[in-house]
Write a protein that binds this ligand. Structure first.
Ligand SMILES: Cc1cc2nc3c(=O)[nH]c(=O)nc-3n(C[C@H](O)[C@H](O)[C@H](O)COP(=O)(O)O)c2cc1C
Length: 188
């Protein structure tokens, strides 16, 4: 099988869910954000927005508000998480990049997903670990969650399609999940 630095990064990146209490460096963050904006977008619209939150207290306040929405959910799994004192949706990562876009644009969610993968790979290349965290998708339109997002610069019309939790790994790097058979077809 052919390999190179990019192919190795694609294969070796893992979702990490335990982070050191140490902020990532500003030039690394800037490089990661730049990787996000260089992602392809449908019709080259580039309507996405990246909001990087690096403040521990602000992130904890966001976690409280997200958990409050979960605690009132009719879904048992979500409710359990919301009521769990220890649960933190971004795994106490020191940095969270919130990726948002105008919902009305057909490719907006896809554009955000592509940008997030660029972010994960750029982070990996800089020895920074990452995990996609999805909980703002379900909670971004709650008025108390939205209040914080707006304060931080997320455009009002934007939906949150995903977030990247970022930081240095504090524990064991997870094993590579086994790749399922039969997900590729080649027609010649
Ligand atoms: C759309 C999407 C949503 C995800 N949401 C979460 C999430 O909310 N929390 C989490 O811990 N991991 C989340 N993940 C990470 C997946 O669980 C992870 O990618 C998968 O288990 C494979 O592991 P790997 O990333 O190490 O290859 C998400 C991944 C994707 C693509």
């Amino acid at each position: 099988m052919k390999t190179n630095e990019v192919l190795e990064a694609i294969k070796n990146r893992r979702s990490v869910r335990s982070f050191k209490n140490e902020q990532i460096q500003e030039d690394d963050l800037n490089a990661i954000l730049e990787a996000g904006i260089y992602a392809p977008t449908g019709m080259n619209y580039q309507t996405f927005h990246f909001t990087a939150v690096l403040n521990k207290e602000k992130l904890e306040e966001l976690n409280r508000r997200v958990k409050n929405v979960f605690a009132h959910s009719e879904d048992e799994h979500m409710k359990h998480r919301g009521e769990n004192e220890a649960w933190n949706f971004y795994y106490h990562a020191p940095a969270l990049i919130i990726v948002s876009n105008e919902e009305i644009i057909p490719s907006s969610g896809l554009d955000c997903a592509v940008a997030l993968q660029n972010i994960f790979l750029a982070a990996y290349s800089l020895d920074i670990q990452s995990c996609w965290v999805n909980q703002l998708r379900y909670t971004c339109n709650d008025p108390f969650v939205r209040e914080l997002l707006t304060e931080w610069g997320v455009p009002e019309k934007h939906f949150i399609f995903g977030c990247a939790a970022l930081g240095y790994n504090s524990g064991v790097v997870p094993q590579t999940p086994v790749r399922k058979e039969g997900t590729i077809s080649v027609v010649k």
